[in-house]
Ligand binder design. Structure first.
Ligand SMILES: *[C@@H]1O[C@H](CO)[C@@H](O)[C@H](O)[C@H]1NC(C)=O
Ligand SMILES: *[C@@H]1O[C@H](CO)[C@@H](O)[C@H](O)[C@H]1NC(C)=O
Ligand SMILES: [Zn+2]
Length: 441
């Protein structure tokens, strides 16, 4: 059944988006690929984006349909009643003077969570922020991979893979959902609010297929560069649109580009959102497939499979499970997932991987992934209360700091363009448009 495929050795390197240098095409061995996979050489920068959803799913959930797999959840809202003009402009920082944001600011103040007085960073990553980068007290993941006990960075059980896709729902998401369904796989989707308001029925479909939905901000900024109020606005609006579409509110978030420090952490926790990163075991072994950058031409699909091969190799050497960064934003990222990465993972039986959404890999039921249905008594993590976050955040010693090195995901994004979600680069989105943290009571 399983044939060892030697992919890419004969495939010429593609010319990258800038048209200057060509990238190497490493030879990659994977165990299995989807018989209908798009040839690897065709998964490249030339593939388009569209505002029309790719075919792949036919049933739109009905308003009022009850997600019976989440005890206590209400029926689905009627998405035809959503009024986009009641939400911020797509892919822009929301206005912080709106009544909604003012209320969320007041709620954060009332939560009793002390937001540490850390200055915002500037765009440009570690190089542009030498002082912040060397200031270990702020536990800035971007420069050195620092994490706190309140961050979810792995799945506890060895060989368990917390499957995650970021930045959707988007035009190729239906194909990913179809593949996941056909193979009985469930994932966590970190949803961008601007995409949720654009494709609410698709988000409902994702949710009703029993995938976990979580927060990935409204406009995908580097959160550490924002003011407290702007961070609250980004998280608040994405919580709100997801609740307006699904009827319940996620309690996990992933910071875009992994850009989190103790200030961003405290605000997230004060808003009932537990940060979820991807596994990073050293400056060079970050569990990021790099799939996002195929679209921009700074990585080849062959190199993404090579990264995948390294991730699997590293995953077998650690005593915990792992969480991998992938995206459902682009045709390229979906095609490499459904054509290669997932078939390869499923074909590996020695050892076998257990593939689960993050909430399930933590051995918690799906209802614990949402603020309204989470059992707050027996479930301290994800944190919903200041008291839940105190113990883990108050000890500075709990932060783990690794040697400063390039963060591959954030690094590749920030070096290729300042804010890939800006209108010039992110054509797709524009077309759619229309701790030492101190915690006190
Ligand atoms: C772990 O990943 C690094 C680079 O990401 C790679 O060089 C190394 O070979 C990997 N280890 C295994 C056992 O695959
Ligand atoms: C848990 O707390 C949240 C508010 O923080 C509340 O909305 C929710 O209803 C509570 N969950 C249960 C099961 O009581
Ligand atoms: Zn993202």
């Amino acid at each position: 059944m399983l044939s060892l495929l030697a992919v890419a050795a004969a495939i010429p390197a593609i010319v990258n988006a800038q048209g200057s240098s060509s990238l190497p095409a490493p030879s990659v061995s994977i165990l299995s690929q989807n018989p209908t996979a798009v040839p690897l050489s065709q998964i490249n920068v030339a593939e388009p984006t569209s505002t029309t959803l790719a075919p792949g799913w036919t049933t739109t959930p009905t308003a009022g349909a009850v997600p019976t797999f989440i005890p206590g959840a209400p029926g689905l809202p009627d998405v035809t009643k959503l009024v986009p003009s009641n939400y911020p402009t797509l892919d822009k920082l929301p206005d912080i003077t709106s009544p909604e944001v003012q209320q969320w600011i007041a709620e954060v103040k009332a939560s009793g969570v002390q937001i540490p007085n850390i200055s915002p960073t500037v765009l440009g990553g570690c190089a542009a922020n030498a002082e912040a980068a060397s200031d270990q007290s702020r536990c800035w993941w971007t420069c050195g991979g620092c994490v706190r006990d309140t961050d979810i960075t792995t799945c506890p059980d060895k060989l368990t893979w917390g499957l995650t896709y970021d930045d959707g729902p988007a035009w190729f998401t239906p194909n990913l959902l179809q593949y996941l369904d056909a193979n009985d796989l469930k994932s966590t989707f970190f949803v961008v609010g601007s995409r949720a308001i654009s494709y609410p029925a698709l988000l409902q479909t994702e949710f009703m297929a029993e995938h976990q939905i979580a927060v990935h901000t409204w406009s995908h900024p580097y959160l550490s560069t924002l003011s407290n109020e702007q961070i609250i606005a980004e998280l608040g609006w994405s919580k709100k649109i997801i609740k307006d579409v699904l009827g319940i509110t996620p309690n996990m978030m992933r910071p875009p580009y992994g850009d989190i420090d103790d200030r961003v952490r405290a605000i997230s926790l004060a808003m009932g959102l537990t940060p979820v990163m991807w596994t990073r075991i050293s400056p060079t072994a970050t569990f990021d497939t790099g799939d996002y950058d195929i679209h921009g031409g700074t990585i080849t699909s062959q190199q993404v499979l090579k990264n995948w091969d390294y991730i699997l190799g590293n995953a077998t050497t650690i005593n915990t499970g792992f969480i991998v960064l992938e995206h459902d934003l682009f045709q390229q990222t979906v095609e490499i997932a459904t054509g290669y990465i997932l078939p390869d993972a499923l074909a590996r039986t020695n050892p076998k991987f257990n593939i689960k959404p993050v909430i399930s890999c933590l051995n918690k039921p799906m209802q614990d992934a949402y603020i309204e249905t989470n059992n707050n008594q027996s479930n301290s993590q994800p944190a919903n209360s200041p008291s839940g976050s105190v113990s883990a955040l108050s000890s500075g010693a709990s932060g783990s700091v690794q040697a400063t090195g390039g963060a591959s995901h954030g690094g590749s994004h920030s070096s290729s363009a300042v804010g890939l979600f800006n209108p010039g680069f992110f054509v797709y989105a524009v077309e759619v448009a229309a701790i030492a943290i101190s915690v006190i009571f």
